[in-house]
Design a protein around this ligand. Structure first.
Ligand code: ADP
Length: 643
């Protein structure tokens, strides 16, 4: 039995609904128009994509719409497994019955959910029973003529598992991919899920929640909302768990708060995370000063090399400067691994609207007995099916020497075969300098077409901004608004949906600031300062920073004191507070001078040690920090000498 959900109960799938209406509903409702213009509606439509992305939901909403339309359209729904029987020949009979019923009640839509169970790919290893069912289904679909007023829809999570013969023209001749929802789609789905609540969460909070639920499919978001409601009930009426009699609950008083959603999120593992882990992550506030300019550069290059339809920006009218005949591709290289750990995940976050397929060591070796070349072919095939898409190959050297010659040749020839017409972004990272990249990999990327970007060690100004964060808490050294503004402007230029930043633990008001026009943000000096603080400090100290900033700025935003409020119990602040501004400047100068040419990883290690030293309230903080810096410098020197 299907729930009565119509198209208005579906969020983020407007394009899919439009296609389904045009391809399925309209040919059945307005058949005369199609026949007059000799248009051939498809006989079959295949929905595919990860579980919980709304395939069954769209089909069931279609059934409801069919019922509501003036010209009644019948809808027959069967699960793949329902048609299977243990008795020889009975499954085929079941299928026959479904098609006969459809003939009798046409116009009709037949929906086969989990069609991979019904018509798995026929292989030499497969049993005879399945092969016979597949043949019957093929014959029945072939028997439908273009005016039969019967359309078959199949849904599957595993496109590669269904028999390829079913995907030939005249059978399931159209395929519709249901991706994991992107930020905007998640916002829409969440809005749909809470639309009937008496006290709905604020729109800004929905936006915040959408930014925090990367990798969640529609059913995960539904589960999140349901769990948040339960958390709210638990909070208000803990007694119902122990009380034997029915407790009177005043549902009007129940308001699902932010804390309920946060609690709910802790207990939910998104389906996509259970299947595979795509390393999508926005740039952390701490790494922002170090990597924001590099990220900006890469995003600009991507804008130049990718066709506009691959970019989600509403105003993607930038000219494509690349004249390459190959599909868009980009290799981030350099001795540091910050491109794999920080930059590429941030890029994936910004390109979240593209279905991402990851080809890494885990993917290559996760299935025992499966050859690496088989996995490579499968990955590229799947990525090609979900165009426009993104094929992410992180840390390519990690597996290059582990796989055999055959896998390497398969990989390079597949990549070379991807031409300009294939809207697939091939993004890769490699931990070495250009001169030692294996030649087969080098041949895939054209340095003259901007397809290779070397990630150099952070510049002094970036290191200064980075280390300033440590001392920001007390001495208000964070004046990064100007350095940050370029990125903020860039977000505006390219559209907020495309290049977004997502500082940790944003408050609702701060989410709004990010989406607000730059001009408005400029006018809001006070709030901008607050945003800057969130971005420049590590998330763990955000609350403290806010307290501190409150003291420094009056309500009009003027600076009134260079001394900061000290929240009780924070030994690190106690320790920093005893430093004079001159001492802080001295330590910053040392930190910047000592770390010339250091990789992000080394800088992060030093940063963590400095934080630890400052957290320890014993002794003179100036001497402790200076000692720590000196120790690191000596270590680095001896390492350089060893090399
Ligand atoms: P699939 O068939 O793709 O595995 P379903 O269509 O069964 O997934 O989705 C399961 C549930 O998740 C739906 O009943 C619905 O409540 C929720 N859901 C999934 N996608 C959406 C969406 N786009 N909008 C609203 N709810 C959704």
């Amino acid at each position: 039995m299907m729930s009565q959900k119509n198209f208005s109960c579906i969020g983020g799938l407007e394009k899919h609904i439009k296609i389904v209406k045009e391809m399925v509903l309209f040919p059945l409702m307005y058949g005369c128009v199609y026949s007059k213009f000799h248009l051939r509606p498809p006989k079959g439509l295949l929905f595919y994509g990860p579980p919980g992305t709304g395939k069954t939901l769209v089909a069931s909403a279609l059934a409801v719409e069919c019922n509501n339309s003036d010209r009644k359209v019948s809808f027959i729904s069967r699960k793949g497994s329902d048609c299977l029987s243990k008795y020889v020949g009975e499954s085929e009979q079941q299928l026959q019955k479904v098609f006969t019923l459809a003939q009798q009640s046409k116009p009709c839509i037949i929906f086969f959910d989990e069609v991979d169970g019904l018509a798995p790919a026929r292989t030499s290893r497969q049993d005879f029973v399945h092969a016979s069912i597949v043949s019957t289904l093929l014959a029945l679909m072939d028997g439908l003529d273009s005016n039969s007023e019967i359309i078959v829809i199949g849904a599957t999570n595993r496109l590669d598992a269904i028999d390829p013969a079913l995907r030939r023209p005249g059978r399931f001749d159209r395929e519709l991919y249901f991706p994991l929802p992107c930020y905007t789609a998640r916002k829409d789905i969440l809005s749909v899920q809470v639309k009937n609540w008496k006290q709905k969460p604020a729109v800004k909070f929905i936006a915040y929640l959408a930014s925090k639920t990367v990798g969640y499919c529609g059913s995960d978001l539904q589960a999140l909302c349901a769990e948040a409601v339960m958390s709210c009930v638990r909070r208000h009426y803990p007694q119902i768990y122990t009380c034997k009699t029915k407790h009177q609950i005043n549902e009007r008083a129940l308001k699902v708060e932010k804390q309920d959603f946060i609690k709910a999120q802790e207990s939910i593992v998104p389906a996509s995370h259970r299947l595979s882990v795509v390393p999508i992550k926005c740039l952390s506030p701490k790494m922002y000063p170090l990597l924001q300019d590099t990220l900006y550069t890469i995003l600009t290059v991507l804008q130049e090399i990718c066709p506009p339809e691959m970019m989600a920006s509403e105003n993607s009218d930038t000219e494509i400067r690349s004249s390459t005949m190959k599909c868009p591709r980009l290799l981030l290289h350099g001795d540091d691994d910050c491109h794999t750990r920080h930059l590429a995940p941030a890029l994936l976050h910004n390109l979240e609207h593209l279905p991402c397929h990851v080809l890494d060591v885990t993917a290559l070796f996760e299935e025992t007995g499966r050859a690496a070349e088989e996995t490579i072919i499968q990955k590229v095939k799947t990525a090609r099916h979900t165009l426009p898409s993104l094929l992410y190959v992180p840390d390519i050297l990690a597996w290059w020497d582990l796989v055999g010659e055959a896998a390497r040749v398969v990989f390079t020839s597949l990549m070379k075969g991807l031409d300009r017409s294939v809207h697939m972004l091939f993004l890769s990272t490699i931990h070495c300098s250009a001169d030692i990249i294996p030649v087969e990999i080098l041949e895939l990327f054209d340095v003259h077409q901007n397809e290779m970007i070397e990630i150099s060690p952070p510049k002094p100004v970036e290191r200064l901004a980075y280390f300033q964060q440590i001392f920001t808490k007390v001495h208000g050294k964070s004046d990064n608004i100007s350095t940050r503004s370029s990125y903020v402007n860039f977000i505006q230029v390219l559209g907020p949906t495309r290049f977004k930043t997502e500082p940790k633990r944003l408050k609702e008001q701060e989410v709004e600031i990010i989406a607000a026009p730059v001009t408005r943000r400029r006018a809001e000096g006070k709030t901008r300062m607050k945003l800057s603080a969130v971005q420049t400090t590590s998330s763990g100290h955000t609350a403290n920073t806010r307290n501190s900033l409150k003291r420094v700025h009056s309500t009009s935003g003027e600076r009134i004191s260079s001394k900061r409020h000290r929240p009780s119990g924070d030994s690190r602040l106690t320790s920093i507070e005893s430093l004079t501004e001159a001492q802080v400047q001295d330590l910053l100068d040392r930190a910047v001078n000592y770390t010339d040419g250091w990789t992000c990883h080394q800088l992060e290690t030093l940063y963590a040690s400095l934080e630890r030293v400052l957290g320890n309230s014993h002794g003179d903080p100036f001497i402790s920090v200076a000692d720590c810096l000196e120790r690191f410098r000596q270590n680095q020197r001896s390492r350089n000498n060893d090399n």
